[in-house]
Design a protein around this ligand. Structure first.
Ligand code: GLA
Length: 690
């Protein structure tokens, strides 16, 4: 990434990509590839951080005005400083008395740069920040395709590719939370370079759990300006004298190993830098979650029985989902009251916690702390604590309202309730932190000057509460959930250890959902459950083994009603859990290569391989086959070419070179049977160097 301070202190980013040496001047174009429309204009120029007030017509990163009406920002360069792997470039606008610090943290080994901006008001007037995006990423004139992830509840993270044309293509969220309908991740590649494993890809992931905006801004002469950051929608921030404001980080990078290469860089970043340090390296436990089995109808005896069966299956963490607290017999009451329901647990939670621990498992609970049901003690005492617009009725979503986490008193009340639950009943090892509705009527009429700041203050408040809990209970693992993968971003993954990927647990749909998720996030933070058939969302009936094989792609969980499982299913499940534990180091700590992405018909496959290439797990799937088209060669990746390898299940031998050149056959067609089974076929095989 080359930065150049040009005339008038304008900061350019003339090159971002392959490196051919360290003489920065060599990367500066002798002749601008993109002439502006007037000599004094900056349109089409590769600016590192365009602001409204510069002579550009680009999508800007920064819009500021004073209360007195002065508008527009002009940068004057002040200083540069390098501290370790971080570069800080400081500018200021002497008219606004605004200091702007552009930050670049370099992760050289990962080919990643984390960019952010810090604003500081050096004057005596309040400044109004109308837009503060994290970064602009210019690319030289060419034809590009954009890759983005979209979805909705039950269908998160579907990969979309579309050609970029002149004009703007935008994506983002204005729902309060980051990732249900669109995910704050993107990739761009030159049109025509389409392979999973090679080709140039520029990509980024925004570490923010609230509203966000991404614009692909196709400029004159086919230059591309990409900007991303907190969404300016309904946002305005009053920056008083001496106050500062910091944008979230954009983690961006470049790979020549296709979209798969890009994903592995982001995985490594999450695993080595972003995830909370205390559990970063810890293998994620196999969990059982009782939601699909018992819904709101939780009872101590029934949970103890589930826990015994789970333990016998090899489960390591038992989680009681919704329904254990307040008057929570259904989704119309109870949110906001985080005390144990004594009808369901007459002796408190301790009885169950002790039994779960005695069975050798960790214990976890579900919470949804940013929400309140109107039918709750909390709401009756503090109706103004939920977001509301003056003199308007608040719209319910899943019968609940969103608490104003921008208010310190709200955060304090919720934190102290959670603190009590986590400390008064014995050791709680795990929390699933949910968030089940998008925000509407996002107002705070009692605090009119801060009303448009709540979008940001809420998210910062969430991070603060998560941080306090982590400090108070360092052993606690926290899972982020928002009706599935509604808040699964790099920001929340600084404060939580894993993510519930989707409420859709249908094994066929999961292949697509998990593929998309895995482009942006590590298998170590992707939680997948094996649930009952027919599937609760789709009615499909997938074999038990297939469901397990799909769930093994990340953090394995079981979410079915195991009280109803047959003895033979329980025995098969125990064997599959044991198999997963063998593979877990490869899945959670290895590198992931999609050998063939999921397709509607035919086989797909994914490979997890140890860093040194000495062992690999290959997972193959076919939901629906086509007669005569089931067998496909899958060329393995990242093995040691000169070494011999042995397949664990049957002792078949090969070499790294052969496995990478000729590959293995995805043998998903059962040709031995009189009526070959083409559908729901899967296999998991492990190869180890000998
Ligand atoms: C959300 C979660 C589910 C479950 C329910 C409980 O939908 O995504 O896994 O926890 O809430 O109400």
């Amino acid at each position: 990434m080359v930065l150049w301070l040009g005339p008038d202190d304008t900061l350019y980013l003339p090159h971002w990509g392959a490196s051919g040496g360290s003489v920065a001047e060599a990367y500066l174009p002798r002749v601008s590839p993109n002439r502006p429309s007037e000599a004094g204009f900056l349109d089409g120029q590769p600016l590192a951080y365009p602001a409204y007030g510069m002579s550009t017509f680009k999508e800007p990163c920064l819009v500021v005005q004073t209360e007195g009406g002065a508008r527009g920002v002009r940068f004057e360069f002040v200083s540069d400083a390098i501290d370790g792997d971080s570069l800080e470039l400081q500018f200021q606008d002497p008219l606004l008395h605004l200091q702007v610090t552009l930050r670049f943290r370099v992760y050289a080994v990962l080919d990643l740069v984390a960019r952010s901006v810090l604003l500081r008001n050096l004057g005596s007037q309040t400044l109004l920040l109308e837009r503060v995006l994290s970064a602009a990423l210019p690319l030289p004139p060419d034809q590009y395709d954009a890759l983005t992830l979209h979805g909705q509840w039950g269908r998160e993270f579907t990969l979309h590719q579309q050609p970029l044309h002149p004009g703007r293509l935008t994506s983002g969220s204005t729902r309060g939370l980051s990732s249900h309908e669109a995910h704050p991740w993107f990739a761009v590649r030159p049109r025509g370079e389409q392979a999973e494993h090679h080709g140039r890809v520029w990509f980024g992931s925004l570490a923010w759990s609230g509203n966000w905006l991404l614009v692909f801004d196709g400029e004159r002469n086919d230059a591309l300006n990409i900007v991303i950051g907190m969404h300016p929608f309904d946002f305005s921030w009053r920056l008083g004298p001496n106050e500062s404001f910091e944008s979230p980080e954009l983690v961006c990078g470049y790979s020549e190993a296709g979209i798969g290469g890009a994903s592995r860089l982001l995985h490594r970043f999450e695993e080595t830098h972003q995830l909370p340090a205390n559990h970063r390296e810890r293998p994620r436990p196999v969990l059982y979650n009782s939601w699909e089995a018992t819904g709101f109808d939780v009872q101590v005896d029934q949970q103890v029985e589930l826990a015994r069966r789970a333990a016998a299956m090899g489960v390591e963490l038992f989680v009681v989902d919704d329904g254990w607290f307040g008057a929570r017999d259904h989704d119309r009451a109870g949110l906001g009251d985080w005390t144990v329901n004594l009808q369901k647990f007459p002796n408190g939670l301790r009885e169950l916690i002790d039994e779960v621990h005695r069975l050798g498992m960790g214990f976890g609970i579900w919470v949804e702390p940013e929400m309140v049901n109107p039918d709750s003690e909390l709401f009756r005492a503090h109706p103004d604590w939920a977001y509301h617009a003056l003199d308007r009725t608040a719209t319910l979503g899943r019968n609940q309202l969103v608490l104003n986490f921008a208010r310190p008193a709200v955060r304090e009340a919720i934190y102290s309730q959670l603190h009590a639950v986590l400390s008064e009943h014995g050791r709680v090892d795990f929390v699933k932190w949910d968030h089940n509705r998008a925000w509407t009527e996002v107002g705070w009429p009692e605090q009119p000057t801060q009303q448009r700041e709540v979008w940001v203050r809420h998210v910062l408040g969430l991070y603060e509460v998560l941080g306090r809990l982590r400090a108070a209970f360092p052993h606690l693992l926290i899972e982020s959930c928002a009706g599935g993968g509604g808040r699964a971003d790099l920001g929340v993954l600084r404060w939580t250890d894993q993510v519930w990927t989707s409420d859709n647990t249908d094994a066929a749909d999961r292949l697509t959902i998990q593929y998309g998720y895995s482009l942006a996030h590590s298998p170590r933070v992707m939680v997948n459950w094996v649930t009952d058939v027919p599937n609760a969302q789709t009615g499909r009936v997938a074999p038990l083994e297939f469901r397990f094989h799909v769930a093994m792609q990340g953090v394995l969980g079981i979410g079915g009603d195991i009280a109803e499982w047959s003895a033979s299913d329980l025995a098969s499940a125990a064997a599959l859990v044991a198999q997963y534990k063998q593979l877990r180091p490869l899945v959670q700590h290895g590198r992931q290569y999609w050998l063939r992405p999921p397709a509607a018909i035919g086989p797909c496959g994914v490979q997890y391989v140890a860093e040194d290439g000495a062992a690999t797990a290959v997972m193959l799937y076919q939901v629906r086959g086509l007669r005569g088209a089931g067998a496909r060669r899958m060329r393995l990746r990242h093995l040691q070419a000169e070494r011999g390898y042995r397949r664990e299940a049957d002792g078949v031998k090969s070499t790294g070179a052969a496995l990478m050149a000729a590959g293995i056959t995805a043998d998903l067609v059962n040709t031995g049977d009189r009526h070959p089974t083409l559908d729901w076929r899967s296999s998991v095989q492990v190869w180890r160097a000998v």
